[in-house]
Design a protein around this ligand. Structure first.
Ligand code: TEU
Ligand code: CA
Length: 558
């Protein structure tokens, strides 16, 4: 990356907290801000540099906070603005920055803007949302991620019109074509930045611009409607305006696009600093590896191809070249990374969790670590739809039921890929409810908590938690692991992901065995390497072989 401009957010390890499931302080079974405050020292001891908090704003929680009814108010079940101020101060005292979650593609239907907008066609807030007069007939189909009819147009009798909602009916899309609405969003960003917030992750920000003629979705986007939604006509004009009107006034903050629908060839449009739009973007192409195309989050029964996985992450490393990259393997929208990409069997769970964390902490990109993955938490694999809390799973089940779908098959595939798998309560200890709450948790605790919890792992120096701490320390000590160039090695190896990291400060090699069998790399080393970290006691490079799920970081040259 040559003479890359250094920034705090390029060097940071970002830790994502899903506040609803992190720690409950008042016994109502719902995680809250005071719960996070009670764990500030735990966060500081992880060696992370920033926290990304999923939405904490006033919301009816149709989509767990991604349906906001007051962008400048704290969700009552999460606490108060005083709690927020105390949390922000506590993080900053520990040199941890705070990134909030801006959900500006849509609001809650309980937001006063929408309550006003739906009252009459002449209401001053009418054009804060996308309305289609019913006398013009039904508008061209738009697919909805969460609607029980998969229909993103909802008829509203009050004004005999349809409103657009890419997600649930309670998440009406905001009309960014309206400059007044855009001003409101910039005001909201400014409000939080003036409080000292260090950045925003921007929810489905590629979707904000719409062709308000609403032409039919072109056939080439069949099965990938999100790619079409991310191609609105004025998207980059709006991002540039957002940068000019507010982001650039807070140069120490970071803006991170949730890059749903964004292709590698287009990412420079968002993150090339010369374009003055956003700083970083995280993509979904890696998350699609191993899925049956056109299915609903259905994995290939024979797992994923490591060759495809390596090809995707190598492609994106290059695509990020014009800006800066991000890397993640799990978040609140994905299943647990250990179950999805590693091996959550008793024999290999710790080894493969450490292997995956080694990947995240040694790539040329800002790593996003989802809370609990530092412990090796696994999918809960619910057997019953009644255990689900996620609107995505519940509504898809209803849609399939209404359309003669195979519900048992759906439950089976959801065990592997449903979002709720990663939303079960954080596992603090082996007391009831894993120490998450004294009350009844809003979603079941993974019975695995007896085996996987912080207290147990603090006592075990070979635990995933200690290994994670060693990795964050390693990344900070060896700046080449942050800024060094990335080069894929042994590209056709179907079991091992090997790559080189190199710059003027040194040369390193990372080798990751993604399989439960011993495997060899197809190259030899011409220097005696220094082993910096491995998830086994040692490494035997005489045969250039890695043991099952072995990870190793070697220093080749000072
Ligand atoms: O996710 C956007 C998004 O596309 C996800 O819904 C994801 O693609 C989907 O879960 C795959 O099945 C963001 C938030 O991260 C998500 O939690 C919200 O539900 C969604 O937007 C609506 O705000
Ligand atoms: Ca609570």
């Amino acid at each position: 990356m040559g003479n890359v401009h250094k920034s705090w957010w390029k060097e940071a390890v970002i830790y994502q907290i899903y506040p609803r499931s992190f720690k409950d302080s008042n016994g109502d079974g719902i995680g809250d801000l005071r719960g996070v405050i009670s764990k500030l020292d735990y966060l500081a001891n992880l060696g992370i540099d920033a926290v990304w908090l999923n939405p904490i704003f006033t919301s009816p929680n149709d989509d767990n906070g991604y349906d906001i009814a007051d962008y400048c108010g704290i969700m009552p079940e999460f606490g108060t603005m005083d709690d927020f101020d105390e949390l922000l101060a506590g993080l900053h005292q520990r040199n941890i920055k705070l990134i909030l979650d801006l959900v500006a593609n849509h609001s809650s239907d309980e937001h006063p803007w929408f309550q006003e907008s739906r009252k009459s066609r002449a209401n001053p807030y009418r054009d804060y949302y996308h309305w289609w007069p019913a006398e013009n007939g039904k508008p061209a189909h738009r697919e909805s991620y969460f609607d029980i009819n998969r229909d993103a147009w909802m008829y509203d009798e009050q004004t005999n019109a349809y409103y657009l909602h890419y997600f649930s009916r309670k998440q009406p899309d905001l009309n960014w074509e309206n400059p007044q609405l855009r001003k409101e969003i910039y005001r909201i960003i400014q409000f939080w930045y003036d409080k000292g917030v260090d950045g925003f992750r921007m929810d489905v920000i590629p979707f904000i611009s719409k062709d308000t003629q609403f032409p039919p979705i072109p056939d080439r986007y069949k099965g990938s409607f999100g790619d079409f939604y991310a191609k609105g006509p004025n998207l980059h004009a709006y991002l540039r305006e957002m940068n000019e009107k507010v982001l650039m006034k807070y140069p120490q903050t970071v803006s991170i696009a949730e890059g749903v629908g964004v292709k590698a060839e287009d990412v420079y449009l968002y993150i090339n600093p010369e374009r003055k739009e956003l700083d970083m973007l995280y993509h979904f192409e890696g998350m699609d590896v191993g899925y049956i195309p056109g299915g609903f989050k259905e994995l290939h029964p024979d797992g994923f191809s490591l060759l495809e996985f390596k090809q995707v992450y190598t492609k994106w490393d290059k695509a990020f070249d014009k800006g800066w990259g991000t890397i993640y393997l799990g978040n609140h929208d994905q299943p647990r990374m250990l179950s999805r990409w590693g091996n959550d069997s008793a024999e290999y769970r710790d080894l493969s969790a450490k292997m995956l964390l080694t990947f995240l902490l040694t790539m040329r990109a800002t790593p996003f670590i989802y809370h609990g993955d530092e412990l090796g938490m696994t999918n809960i694999k619910f057997d019953d739809i009644a255990d689900y809390r996620d609107i995505e799973s519940i509504n898809m089940h209803q849609y399939l039921k209404a359309n003669g779908g195979d519900l048992q098959h759906f439950i089976n595939i959801q065990k592997l890929t449903a979002r709720d798998n990663s939303r079960t309560p954080f596992q603090w200890d082996d007391t009831e409810n894993a120490g998450f709450t004294k009350g009844t948790p809003w979603i079941k605790v993974n019975p695995d908590y007896k085996h996987t919890n912080v207290v147990k792992q603090e006592k075990d120096k070979d635990s995933v938690l200690h290994y994670f701490r060693n990795l964050t320390a390693l990344r900070k000590t060896h700046s080449t692991l942050i800024y060094g160039d990335y080069e894929l090695l042994d590209a056709l190896n179907e079991a091992i992901y090997a790559y080189r990291r190199k710059d003027e400060n040194g040369e390193y090699m990372v080798m990751l065995n993604f399989t439960s069998a011993t495997a060899r790399v197809n190259f030899v080393l011409d220097v005696e390497p220094q082993l910096l970290i491995t998830n086994y006691g040692d490494i035997d490079l005489s045969e250039m072989a890695l043991r099952p799920y072995q990870a190793a970081v070697l220093k080749l040259k000072p």
